[in-house]
Design a protein around this ligand. Structure first.
Ligand code: F6P
Length: 315
């Protein structure tokens, strides 16, 4: 097992699940350290049910993680295949996001080890699952912060731009924006005209909404510049708040823990049935699996219904 890429709250719950469920099936489990780096350098720790006691409620990952440029080169992938072979590893559980699964797909072409992906990322951008581990926690963390910012916005009659994470995708921003009641949500997937944006801010003021929240995904571009432009073009006091890495940390919500445990269960089941090159997921309240290649090659789309609803509720 390995956790790779950006950490997400609930990764520890997934580690715990994999270890305990696999041990119950008499598998031996090794946890590789610091993402793909641990598989390149053959750095691992054997994990038994007792090794994962007390981690269920903790954010981050006890195995540590990293972004690993060496794994993006052929030589790095070759070293990983050597580690898998020398330790006689039959199955590899990769806990991570989109980037991690693209790496896993490259690797799958070079090894007989069965690979199963468990989607864990605050970005929720993995095709094949409606939700990734950590997403719900990140949404809740951001919502708690933004509710506080709303107090200042209302009291001082200001407009706030709040930048949230999500890399090039807007899944986080859309769900956060809808649940904080943002007046405007800016997403990389939805083109917007600056003039129209200024107009909406002016109109809101004219109809009595003296304060406002604009939730912007980090992928839309420079929010600092945008804040200045809105201020100049609407004669409104505008402030920017970038929530940043706090969204990635903290205790996983019950929902993220549950998802992690369910995903771990299916991942181990797949391996025990000798099925590999799969990614587990949640679809229509059921735990499913999709082909690793399909997950990597297909772009997940935004929920149009959420988009429609967010617009409707912001009036
Ligand atoms: O993929 C998770 C994420 O937190 C993104 O939302 C963000 O763009 C990125 O990771 C930040 O990456 P890093 O930790 O390498 O700065």
């Amino acid at each position: 097992m390995v956790t790779t890429g950006g950490d997400a709250p609930g990764m520890n719950a997934a580690i715990r699940g994999v270890v305990r469920i696999a041990s119950s099936k008499k598998f031996r489990v090794l946890g590789f350290r610091r993402g793909w780096e641990g598989l390149i350098t053959n750095s691992f720790t054997p994990l038994i049910p007792r090794s994962v006691g007390g981690i269920l409620q903790l954010g981050g990952t006890m195995l540590h993680t990293s972004r690993c440029p060496e794994f993006e080169k052929k030589k790095g992938v070759r070293k990983v295949t050597q580690t898998l072979a020398s330790n006689q590893i039959d199955g590899l559980v990769v806990i991570g996001g989109n980037g991690s699964f693209n790496g896993a797909l490259e690797l799958s072409a070079q090894t007989d080890t069965l690979i199963v992906g468990i989607p864990a990322s605050i970005d929720n951008d993995v095709f094949g699952t409606e939700e990734t581990i950590g997403f719900d926690t990140a949404v809740n963390t951001a919502v708690a912060e933004i509710d506080k910012i709303r107090d200042t916005a209302v009291s001082q009659e200001r407009v706030f731009i709040i930048e949230v994470m999500g890399r090039e995708r807007g899944f986080l921003a859309l769900e956060i924006g809808l649940t904080v009641g943002a007046e405007i949500i800016l997403l990389p997937e939805v083109a917007y005209r600056k003039e129209k944006l200024f107009e909406t801010v002016r109109e809101n003021r004219a109809k009595g909404k003296k304060s406002g929240l604009i939730v912007a995904a980090e992928g839309i571009g420079d929010t600092r510049v945008l804040a200045g432009q809105i201020q100049r073009n609407t004669q409104t006091e505008v402030r920017l708040s970038i929530i940043g890495y706090a969204q990635r940390g903290g205790n996983p919500t019950a929902r993220s823990r549950l998802l992690a445990s369910l995903f771990a269960d299916r991942a181990v089941e797949l391996l025990s049935e000798e099925e590999g090159n799969k990614v587990v997921g949640l679809q229509n309240s059921r735990i499913v699996s999709v082909d690793l290649e399909k997950s990597c090659r297909t772009e997940k789309t935004l929920d149009q219904n959420l988009l429609r609803l967010a617009k409707l509720l912001a009036t």
